[in-house]
Design a protein around this ligand. Structure first.
Ligand code: 6GU
Length: 249
Protein backbone atom coordinates (compact mmCIF):
# COMPACT_ATOMS: atom_id res chain seq x y z
CA UNK A 1 0.00 0.00 0.00
CA UNK A 2 1.53 3.29 -1.14
CA UNK A 3 1.02 6.24 1.19
CA UNK A 4 -0.89 9.22 -0.13
CA UNK A 5 1.42 12.10 -1.03
CA UNK A 6 0.74 15.24 1.00
CA UNK A 7 1.17 18.71 -0.49
CA UNK A 8 0.90 21.56 1.97
CA UNK A 9 0.74 24.91 0.23
CA UNK A 10 1.56 27.97 2.31
CA UNK A 11 -0.07 30.95 0.66
CA UNK A 12 -1.81 34.27 1.32
CA UNK A 13 -4.27 33.42 -1.50
CA UNK A 14 -5.55 29.85 -1.07
CA UNK A 15 -8.58 30.60 -3.31
CA UNK A 16 -6.28 30.90 -6.33
CA UNK A 17 -5.77 27.13 -6.32
CA UNK A 18 -9.40 26.11 -6.58
CA UNK A 19 -9.83 26.21 -10.36
CA UNK A 20 -6.64 24.49 -11.55
CA UNK A 21 -6.24 21.92 -8.79
CA UNK A 22 -9.93 21.08 -8.36
CA UNK A 23 -10.52 20.09 -11.98
CA UNK A 24 -9.64 17.22 -14.26
CA UNK A 25 -6.75 14.95 -13.34
CA UNK A 26 -5.70 16.86 -10.21
CA UNK A 27 -9.24 16.54 -8.87
CA UNK A 28 -9.31 12.83 -9.66
CA UNK A 29 -5.89 12.25 -8.01
CA UNK A 30 -7.37 13.68 -4.80
CA UNK A 31 -10.58 11.67 -5.05
CA UNK A 32 -8.50 8.52 -5.57
CA UNK A 33 -6.46 9.40 -2.44
CA UNK A 34 -3.20 9.43 -4.39
CA UNK A 35 -2.53 12.99 -3.23
CA UNK A 36 -3.87 15.23 -0.52
CA UNK A 37 -3.70 19.02 -0.93
CA UNK A 38 -3.84 21.30 2.09
CA UNK A 39 -3.80 25.08 1.86
CA UNK A 40 -2.53 27.05 4.82
CA UNK A 41 -2.72 30.84 4.96
CA UNK A 42 0.28 32.12 6.89
CA UNK A 43 -1.58 35.36 7.63
CA UNK A 44 -3.28 33.27 10.32
CA UNK A 45 0.13 32.92 11.99
CA UNK A 46 0.60 36.64 12.56
CA UNK A 47 0.33 37.87 16.15
CA UNK A 48 -0.27 41.60 15.63
CA UNK A 49 -3.68 43.24 15.57
CA UNK A 50 -3.58 44.04 11.84
CA UNK A 51 -2.29 40.60 10.76
CA UNK A 52 0.67 42.11 8.93
CA UNK A 53 2.70 39.66 6.85
CA UNK A 54 5.07 42.23 5.34
CA UNK A 55 7.06 45.32 6.22
CA UNK A 56 9.31 47.93 4.62
CA UNK A 57 12.85 46.88 3.69
CA UNK A 58 15.80 47.73 5.94
CA UNK A 59 18.14 50.01 4.02
CA UNK A 60 15.24 51.61 2.22
CA UNK A 61 13.97 51.16 -1.29
CA UNK A 62 10.62 50.49 -2.87
CA UNK A 63 8.31 47.57 -2.22
CA UNK A 64 7.72 45.43 0.83
CA UNK A 65 9.36 42.34 2.28
CA UNK A 66 7.58 39.27 3.70
CA UNK A 67 8.34 39.03 7.43
CA UNK A 68 10.02 35.83 8.62
CA UNK A 69 7.91 35.09 11.74
CA UNK A 70 4.51 34.22 10.18
CA UNK A 71 6.08 31.83 7.67
CA UNK A 72 8.35 30.34 10.36
CA UNK A 73 5.42 29.72 12.71
CA UNK A 74 3.27 28.36 9.89
CA UNK A 75 6.08 25.98 8.86
CA UNK A 76 6.39 24.62 12.39
CA UNK A 77 2.63 24.11 12.57
CA UNK A 78 2.35 22.22 9.26
CA UNK A 79 5.32 19.98 10.16
CA UNK A 80 3.45 18.72 13.25
CA UNK A 81 1.98 15.22 12.85
CA UNK A 82 2.96 14.98 9.18
CA UNK A 83 5.51 12.71 7.46
CA UNK A 84 9.01 14.12 6.88
CA UNK A 85 9.15 16.06 3.65
CA UNK A 86 10.90 18.74 1.68
CA UNK A 87 10.32 22.45 2.14
CA UNK A 88 10.26 24.25 -1.21
CA UNK A 89 10.32 28.02 -1.64
CA UNK A 90 8.88 29.30 -4.93
CA UNK A 91 10.98 32.23 -6.11
CA UNK A 92 12.33 33.60 -9.41
CA UNK A 93 15.79 33.23 -7.81
CA UNK A 94 15.40 29.45 -7.46
CA UNK A 95 16.77 26.61 -9.53
CA UNK A 96 14.76 26.27 -12.75
CA UNK A 97 12.17 23.48 -12.38
CA UNK A 98 12.67 20.68 -14.93
CA UNK A 99 11.23 17.20 -15.48
CA UNK A 100 14.21 15.65 -13.64
CA UNK A 101 13.29 17.61 -10.50
CA UNK A 102 9.62 16.62 -10.91
CA UNK A 103 10.74 12.97 -10.88
CA UNK A 104 12.90 13.56 -7.81
CA UNK A 105 10.10 15.30 -5.90
CA UNK A 106 7.64 12.54 -6.85
CA UNK A 107 9.64 10.22 -4.54
CA UNK A 108 8.75 12.32 -1.49
CA UNK A 109 5.84 11.60 0.79
CA UNK A 110 5.31 15.22 1.76
CA UNK A 111 6.06 18.55 0.08
CA UNK A 112 5.64 21.96 1.67
CA UNK A 113 5.39 24.69 -0.97
CA UNK A 114 5.84 28.28 0.22
CA UNK A 115 4.39 31.01 -2.00
CA UNK A 116 5.23 34.70 -1.75
CA UNK A 117 3.15 37.39 -3.39
CA UNK A 118 4.24 40.68 -5.02
CA UNK A 119 7.27 40.94 -2.78
CA UNK A 120 10.44 39.20 -1.69
CA UNK A 121 11.01 37.06 1.37
CA UNK A 122 13.13 38.17 4.31
CA UNK A 123 16.44 36.46 3.59
CA UNK A 124 16.42 34.61 6.94
CA UNK A 125 13.47 32.43 5.93
CA UNK A 126 15.81 30.65 3.49
CA UNK A 127 17.44 28.94 6.50
CA UNK A 128 14.28 26.83 6.90
CA UNK A 129 13.98 25.84 3.24
CA UNK A 130 15.45 22.74 1.54
CA UNK A 131 15.05 23.88 -2.04
CA UNK A 132 14.27 27.05 -3.99
CA UNK A 133 12.48 26.66 -7.31
CA UNK A 134 11.61 28.96 -10.20
CA UNK A 135 9.44 27.80 -13.12
CA UNK A 136 11.22 29.85 -15.78
CA UNK A 137 12.83 33.11 -16.73
CA UNK A 138 9.93 35.52 -16.41
CA UNK A 139 8.40 37.28 -13.43
CA UNK A 140 5.02 36.31 -11.98
CA UNK A 141 2.99 38.26 -9.44
CA UNK A 142 3.50 35.45 -6.94
CA UNK A 143 4.62 31.91 -6.31
CA UNK A 144 1.08 30.48 -6.46
CA UNK A 145 1.05 29.69 -10.18
CA UNK A 146 4.52 28.17 -9.81
CA UNK A 147 3.32 25.99 -6.91
CA UNK A 148 0.44 24.76 -9.07
CA UNK A 149 2.86 23.93 -11.87
CA UNK A 150 5.09 21.94 -9.49
CA UNK A 151 2.14 20.12 -7.87
CA UNK A 152 0.72 19.20 -11.28
CA UNK A 153 4.01 18.01 -12.78
CA UNK A 154 4.78 15.89 -9.71
CA UNK A 155 1.27 14.44 -9.36
CA UNK A 156 1.04 13.14 -12.91
CA UNK A 157 4.13 11.00 -12.24
CA UNK A 158 2.54 9.17 -9.30
CA UNK A 159 1.29 5.62 -9.90
CA UNK A 160 -2.42 5.47 -10.75
CA UNK A 161 -2.84 9.12 -11.75
CA UNK A 162 -2.65 8.72 -15.53
CA UNK A 163 -4.27 5.93 -17.50
CA UNK A 164 -2.00 3.14 -18.67
CA UNK A 165 -2.09 4.40 -22.28
CA UNK A 166 -0.57 7.81 -21.58
CA UNK A 167 1.44 6.78 -18.56
CA UNK A 168 4.58 8.58 -17.50
CA UNK A 169 6.66 5.48 -18.24
CA UNK A 170 6.42 6.36 -21.91
CA UNK A 171 7.84 9.79 -21.13
CA UNK A 172 11.14 8.39 -19.86
CA UNK A 173 11.67 6.70 -23.22
CA UNK A 174 11.70 10.01 -25.12
CA UNK A 175 12.52 12.14 -22.13
CA UNK A 176 14.59 14.83 -23.79
CA UNK A 177 12.71 14.85 -27.07
CA UNK A 178 9.73 16.88 -28.21
CA UNK A 179 6.65 14.90 -29.18
CA UNK A 180 6.34 13.44 -32.70
CA UNK A 181 3.55 14.70 -35.02
CA UNK A 182 0.17 13.14 -34.24
CA UNK A 183 -2.90 12.62 -36.40
CA UNK A 184 -6.42 11.34 -36.00
CA UNK A 185 -9.40 11.01 -38.38
CA UNK A 186 -10.11 12.14 -41.06
CA UNK A 187 -7.33 10.71 -43.23
CA UNK A 188 -7.56 13.83 -45.44
CA UNK A 189 -8.33 17.29 -44.08
CA UNK A 190 -8.38 20.37 -46.35
CA UNK A 191 -6.08 18.60 -48.77
CA UNK A 192 -3.61 17.55 -46.06
CA UNK A 193 -3.16 13.80 -45.78
CA UNK A 194 -2.04 11.71 -42.83
CA UNK A 195 1.45 10.28 -43.60
CA UNK A 196 1.08 6.85 -45.29
CA UNK A 197 3.40 5.16 -42.80
CA UNK A 198 0.84 5.72 -40.02
CA UNK A 199 -1.83 3.90 -42.05
CA UNK A 200 0.49 1.00 -42.96
CA UNK A 201 0.03 -1.07 -39.80
CA UNK A 202 3.82 -1.70 -39.61
CA UNK A 203 4.26 -1.12 -35.90
CA UNK A 204 8.04 -1.38 -35.96
CA UNK A 205 8.37 1.11 -38.84
CA UNK A 206 5.87 3.46 -37.21
CA UNK A 207 7.93 3.43 -34.01
CA UNK A 208 11.07 4.26 -36.00
CA UNK A 209 9.33 7.03 -37.93
CA UNK A 210 8.02 8.58 -34.73
CA UNK A 211 11.42 8.58 -33.07
CA UNK A 212 13.00 10.11 -36.19
CA UNK A 213 10.33 12.81 -36.31
CA UNK A 214 10.79 13.53 -32.61
CA UNK A 215 14.56 13.87 -33.11
CA UNK A 216 14.13 16.08 -36.17
CA UNK A 217 11.61 18.33 -34.44
CA UNK A 218 13.82 18.64 -31.37
CA UNK A 219 16.88 19.47 -33.50
CA UNK A 220 14.92 22.23 -35.25
CA UNK A 221 13.11 23.74 -32.29
CA UNK A 222 15.06 22.84 -29.15
CA UNK A 223 18.65 21.88 -30.03
CA UNK A 224 19.52 22.49 -26.35
CA UNK A 225 17.43 19.44 -25.36
CA UNK A 226 19.10 17.15 -27.88
CA UNK A 227 22.43 17.33 -26.08
CA UNK A 228 20.88 15.33 -23.22
CA UNK A 229 19.55 12.54 -25.43
CA UNK A 230 21.64 9.48 -26.36
CA UNK A 231 21.24 9.09 -30.13
CA UNK A 232 22.21 5.87 -31.91
CA UNK A 233 24.63 5.89 -34.89
CA UNK A 234 21.67 5.42 -37.25
CA UNK A 235 19.76 8.28 -35.66
CA UNK A 236 22.77 10.61 -35.89
CA UNK A 237 23.26 9.65 -39.55
CA UNK A 238 19.56 10.27 -40.22
CA UNK A 239 19.76 13.70 -38.62
CA UNK A 240 22.89 14.64 -40.64
CA UNK A 241 21.21 13.59 -43.90
CA UNK A 242 18.11 15.65 -43.11
CA UNK A 243 20.11 18.67 -42.07
CA UNK A 244 22.23 18.59 -45.25
CA UNK A 245 19.00 18.45 -47.25
CA UNK A 246 17.43 21.44 -45.53
CA UNK A 247 20.64 23.47 -45.83
CA UNK A 248 20.60 22.90 -49.61
CA UNK A 249 17.09 24.38 -49.90
CL1 6GU B 1 8.52 30.63 -8.40
N1 6GU B 1 7.78 33.15 -8.51
C1 6GU B 1 7.58 34.31 -9.15
N2 6GU B 1 7.08 35.35 -8.47
N3 6GU B 1 7.89 34.48 -10.43
C2 6GU B 1 8.39 33.43 -11.08
C3 6GU B 1 8.60 32.20 -10.48
C4 6GU B 1 8.28 32.08 -9.17
N4 6GU B 1 9.11 31.34 -11.40
C5 6GU B 1 9.21 32.05 -12.52
N5 6GU B 1 8.79 33.30 -12.34
Amino acid sequence: MIEEMLFQILTLFPEMFNGPLESSIMKRAQEKKIIELRYVNYREFTTDKHHCVDDTPYGGGSGMVLKPEPIFRCLNAVKKDTPPGRVVLLTPQGKVFKQKMARELAKEQHLILICGHYEGFDERIRTYVDLELSIGDYVLTGGELAAMVVADAVTRLLPGVLGASDSAEYDSFTENLLDYPQYTRPVEFEGQRVPDILLSGHHKMIEEWRREQAILRTAERRPDLLKEEQLSEEELAFLCRKRNLTEEL
